[in-house]
Design a protein around this ligand. Sequence first.
Ligand SMILES: *[C@@H]1O[C@H](CO)[C@@H](O)[C@H](O)[C@H]1NC(C)=O
Ligand SMILES: *[C@@H]1O[C@H](CO)[C@@H](O)[C@H](O)[C@H]1NC(C)=O
Ligand SMILES: *[C@@H]1O[C@H](CO)[C@@H](O)[C@H](O)[C@H]1NC(C)=O
Ligand SMILES: *[C@@H]1O[C@H](CO)[C@@H](O)[C@H](O)[C@H]1NC(C)=O
Length: 598
Amino acid sequence: MEQLTNLVVLDLSDNNITGPVPAFIRSMAGLVVLDLSSNKMEGPIPKFIRQFTSLRTLDLSNNHLNGSVPYEIGMLTNMISLFLNNNHLDGVIDEGHFANVRSLYYIDLSYNSFKIELSSEWRPPFRLCMAHFASCQMGPLFPAWLQWQVDIIEIVISSAGIIDKFPHWFCSSLPNLLYLNMSDNQLYGDLPLHMGNMSLDEVYLSSNLLTGQVPPLPITLTHLDISKNSLSGPLPSNFGSPKLAELSLFSNRITGGIPRSLICQCEELEILDLANNYFEGELPSCAGIRAIKNIELSHNSFFGEFPSFLENCTALQFLDLAGNKFFGRLPPWIGNLVRLQFLRLSHNMFSGNIPTNLTNLACLKYLDVAGNGISGLLPRHIWNLKSMRQKHWEANPLTCIYSEPIEYHSVSLYATTKGQQRDYGSSGRIMDLNTIYFDLSSNYLTGELPEELASLDLLRNLNLSRNNFTGNIANSVGAMQFLESLDLSRNDLSGEIPESLSNMTFLSYLDMSYNNLTGRIPSGSQLDTLYAAYPSMYAGNIGLCGPPLKNNCTSTDASKQDHYTRTEQGHGPEFFYLGLICGIIAGILVVYCSLLLK
Ligand SMILES: *[C@@H]1O[C@H](CO)[C@@H](O)[C@H](O)[C@H]1NC(C)=O
Ligand SMILES: *[C@@H]1O[C@H](CO)[C@@H](O)[C@H](O)[C@H]1NC(C)=O
Ligand SMILES: *[C@@H]1O[C@H](CO)[C@@H](O)[C@H](O)[C@H]1NC(C)=O
Ligand SMILES: *[C@@H]1O[C@H](CO)[C@@H](O)[C@H](O)[C@H]1NC(C)=O
């Protein structure tokens, strides 16, 4: 390897190098760039790196290196870039490691198990442009030496164990800072009042202990996430910035209304998450935020009719207004928001009918209007909700962006399934696209359940309880073969419980209680298991009889059921095989589609 002593750049990144850092590089004393990133190297960083006196870039990131960092690294006087991120390195990093690295400009030590011990009085020999220390143990004190880094553009010190006051010297000392991520620490106190005069682009401060008011923002800001803190008071009246694309303030204690400027002037806004605060009042009506994709306003005290500014938001995919004080009718133009995948309006005071246009929402996979004052019939056109049907996969008229799932940004997003509260927010930020959900419970809906309901055969959860539905439950309910939870309790449904229920393989919750159902309960080991888990599932139907209930069927009950089963059987094996073939085809399609999605 003699002839390589003059080698200046060695880039072996993105290979499969295993074992220790290769010893042959020892002889390449003239290296300026050494890039061994994204391999599978193990073992320590060798001490011989000290001899690379001309080295400007050392990139060992994305390997499995372990052990502590040798002090020899501090002798690389000309080093500009040091990337050790995403390894298994540990030990203490102290001032000795930076003794002579006067030229250092970029440093990334993120995702190792370092303990970084740099004293508050330390004056670094370098002036950094970029400092990344995500998941390094830096605290408990805030790294005060950062204030001397007046040229710095990017700071990432998330999950760094800092338990300290938010430093106010940020505004005056770091005028060039564009990107700041200090989320997941225990920073407390106020945000600096003069943040607005900085030139920040992206600020991530979620999951800290910040208090006080949200200050005016820099007009350069594109992303702001201060969710999961204890901020209070109203937002400044001229809040927002023309380039703002993401605003996440969920789970704080912010009061007052949404400033007009936010809804009327932030034309680039795509994500607005204000859930779980004390916001109140009416939403401004103007056509500003046309680019918006996700709106999360749940669990506040917003008031007024269905927000009219939404009419122009045709890029909207995710709308959550749950747990507010909205009232009035759902507007027919809701059907124009054709990209909506998720619509949650539960626990408000909406009234009137379900607009038939709502069934134009061919991308909709999640509909929750529970706990309102909605009346009238369930529109027959619900079969139009194509994303809730298997047939949809054959011919998709509209590009619903399933390959790009909506990101959840909110902890406040609860969905009630199988009688339990599930917190999607903390279980992962990506929406569970398998949960096809339909909940109109606790309203005043009337009339019969339309036969077309059963065509929504991708549904996992169907909750129509606590309404005034009448008539029979059609045997076609069994076509909803993926149903995991079916709640029809507390209606005025009559007739018999359809036999087909006993064939629903995935059903793990069933509630038929408090209706006017009659006749013999269908048999089947699955229904018996469900009954054992939820013994009240048939309660309050005086006409039901037979096991598992204690009351025996009388001869009239029994003859009815016999007649029923006879006619069922009358169709004989053709029907059975037809069903079997459909089932197989559907199964293949589901597997195929889920592979496509992967
Ligand atoms: C921002 O305001 C603070 C406090 O008034 C001041 O110290 C600082 O110099 C200002 N920074 C810029 C970039 O104007
Ligand atoms: C259906 O909705 C009602 C109230 O709206 C709720 O109490 C019940 O638990 C829900 N059922 C299921 C299975 O989630
Ligand atoms: C229950 O259903 C029967 C018909 O099956 C009907 O005659 C009766 O009025 C219903 N009772 C109630 C309380 O709705
Ligand atoms: C139900 O029928 C069984 C036998 O068929 C009988 O032993 C039992 O006493 C009956 N129960 C009631 C409550 O009539």
